[in-house]
Design a protein around this ligand. Structure first.
Ligand code: SF4
Length: 185
């Protein structure tokens, strides 16, 4: 089987994509999410990912947490809501690093679990992956994991595994908007 570097946004969302892709590729999981805020939340999601990869014996890479470059990349869009251009930049930031790491490791294929999210449209994510694939001489495996009840399957699998599932996307802006919605501040 060929190697594939899979950008993993969080462990619960990775369950179904890992099931699917592991039948076709030797998957290396890449948990790269400097968008996540606050740090305690990052540690929680990171630990879920580490535990899941370990339980499933999935080779993985988890770089150190450093939000600086990500913040610089999106901060002009701080006031925009989820689904705006900020998210497009956020996807591009995480996928660019994935393509760079794949290229550096001579892994010819890359993909992302992001498309499983109901608010993460594949028509936005696919062109980003395809552009980065051309730039790096790779193949972007464009899968819309939310199709065929993919999101529900990931919810069922992660629930069965007793995983923590967050209730906001990840960044400080989505954290802020969740708090406003819930009026719990
Ligand atoms: S809402 Fe989610 S996708 Fe959008 S910028 Fe924040 S973390 Fe990234």
């Amino acid at each position: 089987m060929q190697d594939l570097l899979l950008h993993v946004c969080c462990a619960p969302c990775s369950t179904h994509p890992l099931e699917v892709l592991s039948t076709e590729f030797n998957v290396v999981a890449f948990f790269f999410n400097p968008n996540i805020y606050p740090p305690a939340e990052y540690r929680l999601r990171e630990k879920e990912a580490m535990d899941y990869f370990s339980a499933m014996k999935i080779q993985n890479i988890i770089p150190p947490y450093d939000r600086g470059d990500w913040l610089n990349h999106v901060r002009m869009h701080a006031e925009n809501p989820e689904g705006s251009n900020r998210c497009k930049l956020c996807f591009e930031f995480r996928l660019r690093k994935t393509a760079e790491i794949a290229s550096g490791m001579n892994i010819g294929f890359f993909s992302t679990t992001l498309t499983i999210g109901p608010n993460k449209p594949s028509h936005v994510i696919f062109p980003i992956g395809e552009t980065l694939a051309i730039e790096h001489g790779l193949i972007f495996v464009a899968r819309d994991f939310k199709k065929h009840d993919g999101f529900k399957k990931s919810c069922d699998l992660s629930k069965a595994a007793g995983m923590y599932r967050q209730n906001y996307c990840g960044c400080e802006y989505s954290f802020r908007d969740r708090r406003i919605r819930n009026a719990d501040y």
